[in-house]
Design a protein around this ligand. Structure first.
Ligand code: BGC
Length: 762
């Protein structure tokens, strides 16, 4: 279909047609306008599969079969951008076959706390990793002519009161932690659509947040697509349009449409605002219509891809050498989810899979000579059943190896509610303890959407795999790892803490009285544990392999560089073990000294490489302006400062192998932020302020010393260091104290000093 002239369509539209277009026609479709040949756009949920309902006039009918790929937690642990892009292409093929124009995903919300019920749908505790992976997801989908909806914008980091709670986030934290993943994806991949979050941000519904939706997303980041509301996130349709929400979903909502028409008629809503949204919607509607729909997708190939991603996303957390398994003859398979795999989370992302691998059968396939027993080990609910544990222990004792498959029940982990704690169920913990006591050769395989506590039982195990909610082909992937058909290469995209009370948001979660205060500020995940020097169970970026890697010969392209030119870092990585494998090389940046508080280190680059035994590859990672910058709320922009930075090359956040120190030269010419209320310390720290104020300050000190009879500034009369005392006084206050000694008023003097500062800038 040729792209029509959108403006000429808008010119022919009636006010009613415009208002109707801005609200869905059904839960999943936009409003077609036959007389103007405007087709409907059909969207369906994602993010890890296409959830195309059989009946799009309903909110929750059964969906058509589609591949359930691994959830975002698992995808993130691959750190494999190419693979995620490949998955995006496969998702688009399925969307095309199922007549879908836009997939509602991926999600770029940060994992602020491991308790968030929806963490399985989110990528990481780090915005750089989340942004990099979702950018490639979007590129993959959109390269095939299908759109995405990047969600949930913004600060939607918990399920508790998700429809209404106000996330209270300070500006710098928002800019440095909760927005950058969205910013990267928008700037680098231009998602067709962005979905606003349900919650409020600093007291204003995201669906009515003009600064967020229009000023930042559309104007500052130059987002070209359309903004969806999350399903039911709109409270006041006119306010939402004014804030920049182009399309309200779901529909139909005749009363909302009427409100928009009335608002235009009575002048409360400028028709130009409506036209802008209509333009954005039509752009995407026609873009989607441009891709012919229908046909088939390759079910087997996509299942195989899902297995590959799952295998790369599985993280080997512990291994005393038992893995990979050396063809044991007797294997006790324990755990209900070995037979009834728990491979996805509940809620809007729930996929009707094309097929599902089963753990018991997958193990049997790769160990065809072995005898397998099965014991459920724990019930489907939260009840305690000792006899299931006893049966499992008997089987484990009789076998050479026990494999325990453990998944949290959906009643604990899902969209819609948060987890109460970090624990497995009481029965699961008791089961693991009992089985490991009876059979030291026990492997625990976890299917959880986020971190769980393990201190109670970890020591007894021989090996532990975090296999996440790993999609329909995950069981096969687990078997691949267990038997060494695939060398584990996943690494954590979220810290596993020792206990709940250690976690960054612990004192500020889930909030109360309609408010959740992000009191930990910029310090979530490893940023927090680093700053607190706190031990964790498994750090961010951690994951074992069946081989080993050595890092040598670190280099930087130049020791001194201009911020806008950036610097390139290289390191040689060698596979020093016996098995081919993949390594994820991580690059963190540490600022020696900054004008504002900064995290100890931040991830700014990574790459995943494959190495044969003995092979060496040189990894090269470029660091740009943003890798060294921080957001300055005074200047309202990302700034750099002259100075030294360490570039930390590591195998995890806690396993830094090489450090290179570089010197940055800032090219920014920033205006002075001084005013007459700025403190003495601020005046002296500002290079322009220092020039004009230091002589005045010295004079003041001398006069005070004379007045108090000393020469050190230490006043015997009041027993304190006067210079130290004055450092945090505002300029005007200091001058007021000295008023009798001044030839002009304190105000005149302060203004004159400011003028002198300004003259240096011009
Ligand atoms: C979820 C979205 C989802 C939408 C449509 C909402 O409840 O938050 O992620 O895309 O429903 O199902």
């Amino acid at each position: 279909m040729p792209t029509p002239d959108i403006q000429s369509i808008i010119d022919q539209m009636t006010l009613e047609e415009k208002a109707t277009l801005c609200t869905g026609a059904s839960p999943w479709t936009t409003t077609p306008i036959e007389r103007l040949d405007v087709p409907e756009l059909l969207c369906s949920d994602g993010p890890h599969g296409v959830r195309r309902l059989s009946d799009v006039t309903t909110m929750a009918a059964e969906s058509l079969p589609a591949t359930c790929f691994p959830t975002a937690s698992c995808q993130a642990a691959t750190w494999n951008e190419t693979l995620i892009e490949e998955m995006g292409q496969a998702l688009a093929q399925e969307a095309i076959a199922l007549d879908v124009g836009v997939i509602l995903g991926p999600s770029n919300n940060m994992k602020r706390t491991p308790l968030c019920g929806r963490n399985f749908e989110y990528y990481a505790e780090d915005p750089f990793l989340s942004g990099a992976l979702t950018t490639r997801y979007i590129n993959g989908v959109q390269s095939r002519g299908v759109g995405v909806s990047l969600k949930h914008f913004a600060a939607n980091n918990q399920e508790f009161q998700r429809f209404s709670i106000s996330a209270e986030v300070d500006e710098r934290t928002l800019r440095e932690l909760y927005l950058p993943a969205f910013e990267m994806a928008v700037k680098q991949a231009q998602p067709w659509t962005v979905m606003c979050a349900y919650n409020k941000l600093n007291g204003v519904y995201c669906s009515e947040h003009h600064e967020l939706i229009t000023d930042i997303l559309k104007d500052e980041w130059e987002f070209e697509g359309l903004v969806f509301s999350d399903w039911g996130a709109v409270h006041d349709r006119v306010a939402a349009l004014q804030a920049g929400i182009d399309l309200e979903m779901p529909g139909p909502k005749p009363r909302r449409v009427k409100a928009v028409i009335n608002a235009v008629r009575d002048g409360t809503l400028d028709e130009a605002v409506l036209d802008e949204s209509v333009h954005r919607i039509l752009d995407i509607v026609f873009k989607a219509a441009h891709t012919p729909k229908g046909g088939q997708f390759d079910v087997a190939a996509h299942h195989a891809l899902a297995r590959k991603i799952a295998a790369e996303g599985i993280v080997l957390l512990k291994n005393n050498g038992l893995l990979p398994l050396q063809q044991p003859r007797q294997i006790a398979i324990i755990g209900r989810t070995a037979q009834e795999p728990h491979f996805q989370g509940g809620g809007s992302s729930f996929i009707n899979p094309t097929q599902v691998d089963n753990g018991f059968e997958a193990v049997q396939k790769l160990a065809s000579e072995a005898q397998l027993t099965y014991a459920a080990g724990y019930p489907a609910d939260l009840s305690f059943r000792q006899e299931l544990i006893d049966e499992a222990v008997t089987n484990a004792q009789a076998a050479e190896v026990a494999l325990i498959f453990v998944a949290l029940p959906p009643v604990i982990e899902s969209e819609g509610y948060d987890r109460p704690d970090l624990n497995l169920t009481q029965q699961q913990v008791a089961l693991i303890k009992a089985v490991t006591a009876a059979q030291p050769k026990t492997v625990v395989i976890l299917n959880t959407g986020s971190a769980v506590a393990m201190s109670d039982w970890l020591d007894g195990t021989a090996a532990v795999l975090e296999a996440w909610l790993m999609g329909q082909a995950g069981a096969g992937a687990i078997a691949d790892i267990l038997f060494g058909r695939v060398n584990p290469s996943g690494k954590l995209a979220e810290t596993f803490p020792l206990k709940l009370s250690d976690t960054p948001a612990h004192l500020n979660f889930p909030g109360e009285m309609g408010v959740v205060r992000y009191g930990e500020g910029m310090f979530i995940g490893y940023r927090y544990y680093d700053a607190k020097e706190m031990p964790v169970l498994f750090p961010f970026g951690y994951g074992l392999s069946y081989t080993t890697f050595a890092y040598t010969n670190p280099q930087v392209s130049t020791a001194t560089f201009k911020d806008v030119e950036g610097v390139t870092v290289a390191v040689d990585v060698t596979n020093t073990g016996q098995m081919a494998g993949q390594e994820i090389v991580q690059l963190y940046v540490h600022d020696h000294e900054a004008g504002l508080t900064r995290p100890v280190k931040e991830l700014k680059g990574f790459t995943k490489i494959s190495l044969e035994p003995g092979e060496t590859k040189t990894v090269t990672i470029a660091l740009d302006f943003r890798a060294f910058a921080f957001y300055h709320t005074g200047h309202k922009q990302w700034i750099t400062e002259d100075g030294q930075f360490d570039v930390l090359i590591g195998a995890s956040a806690a396993d830094i192998r090489c450090i290179q120190t570089v010197t940055l030269q800032s090219t920014l010419e920033l205006p002075s932020l001084l005013d007459t209320e700025s403190t003495v310390r601020e005046w002296l720290a500002d290079p322009r302020g220092k020039v004009v104020f230091e002589p005045v300050f010295k004079q003041i000190i001398t006069q005070m010393q004379q007045a108090t009879g000393g020469d050190t500034g230490q006043s015997d009369a009041i027993g304190m260091d006067m210079v130290g005392f004055m450092m945090d006084m505002p300029l005007l206050s200091v001058l007021h104290f000295q008023e009798s000694l001044l030839s002009v008023t304190p105000e005149e003097m302060a203004n004159d000093l400011l003028e002198q500062v300004k003259r240096q800038m011009s």
